[in-house]
Design a protein around this ligand. Sequence first.
Ligand code: SAM
Length: 491
Amino acid sequence: MKRFLIHTFGCQMNAHDSRRIAEVLYGDGYEQTDELELADLIVFNTCSVREKAEHKLVSALGRMRELKRARRELRVAVAGCMVQEHGDALLERLDLADVMIGPDNIPELPALLRDAQDGSRRLARIEFDLDGPRFLTANARPDGSEVSAYVTVMKGCDERCSFCIVPYTRGAERYRPAEDILREVESLAQGGVREVTLLGQTVNSWHDPGDASPEAARESRFADLLRAIAARVPQLARLRYTSPHPRHVTPALVRAHAELELLPAHVHLPVQSGSDRVLRRMIRRYSRAEYVARARALQAARAGLTLATDIIVGFPGETEADFEQTLSLVDEVGFSTAFGFKYSPRPHTPALKLGDDVPEEVKAERLARLFERCDVTQHRHLQSLVGTRTRVLFEGASKHNPGDRHAAPGAERAALFTGRTDRHEIVHVQVPTGCELTGHLLEVEIVEANRRSLLGRVAGELPAHARMPPAPSPATGSATRAPRRLPVVSV
Ligand code: SAM
């Protein structure tokens, strides 16, 4: 049997595409491996949102050269946005790649690999499925070990944010029919998945492609979709979505947050800048005041709701005063997490003609100040949770070692598990060895705050079903999955 290994760069959308690539390869008789030396096929799923991601691919590919020299039968495939951005020309630049596929061409990968089998031909398939969009579904893992899964509700992007390459690499917006989405969420939940994250570049602009009503033409029907999922898949523990665009935070979506318990008390709402002047130049199509009003509406809808955001520093023409506006917005909204990026000029984007006039060292200095400010807010928030009780959905064994200060009484050796609260905070919990918390939604008492995470203790008795490890998985022979050699890289 042939084995593949996938190395993913970039956002959740790419992580999700990698999952689909894996499904397509399973269907063609491959199995997945984490061991580089065992792989017959290595797939690099690329990102082009910032230039840094492209550099990372080139150096990761360079590390394959020796391996490929030693094993001539090893095949290398490059997938994703970078392929879409550069087209066939990338085959010439990346001489190690045998096959290349764009984000819409995942189903064609096995056929291309067969055509390139003897290594004499190098092939690329880069075409959008604009007329008949295909949304590949992923099945839950057969051993039921998957707690959280992504489901695509739309592809592409019709926003024209002046800094962003996504409309070019992912094409025009295409929406997935509600019934398809519902069926996928239902089947994942039946396979043991507890949390689903709906995915789309502007996920909350969703409407059913078959809905020709005037309401659908006027505003998004995303809230209807959330309600339909809550009604049809009650066994789901949580329903998240990412990334929403502030423009499509409708009153109906705010009401859904007030009414649906399934929605967590957390929204990732990219703002990009706190300066109206910069927001206009970014073509974000909302003002700072409009963003704040929507953030406040969400916070009022659900007690304790936290907001995360994305911020770009050093956008062309950004002055110190503009940046101060961003810092003041961080204070005003009180983001629980902010992902900050230095502006990176991208081909095919309108902002290119504005130049890249903020010096690199100024971008770096602003980014550091932004993180410093966010760290203060985040730590204050985490500290405020010490002593409270909160529900945690456990995702798996912890990589973090908090020591044994908070071990359950009487525990000789401890197992560590990590999960997330409704507000998306990371919580580590120690339990006696032999317990298996993965997939459990448990009440936890918070006992300590770290810089970016919390330590907790399961409140009360551990439920009987959490005291035993799950049955060994048929795929690995063990409930513990081996660490990946090439980790998912987030840039
Ligand atoms: N569609 C989402 C939106 O704009 O609301 C986000 C998609 S993008 C993959 C994730 C983040 O990357 C953006 O929110 C933005 O902060 C950042 N980003 C996109 N283009 C960038 C660029 N040219 N330079 C720096 N950061 C960028």
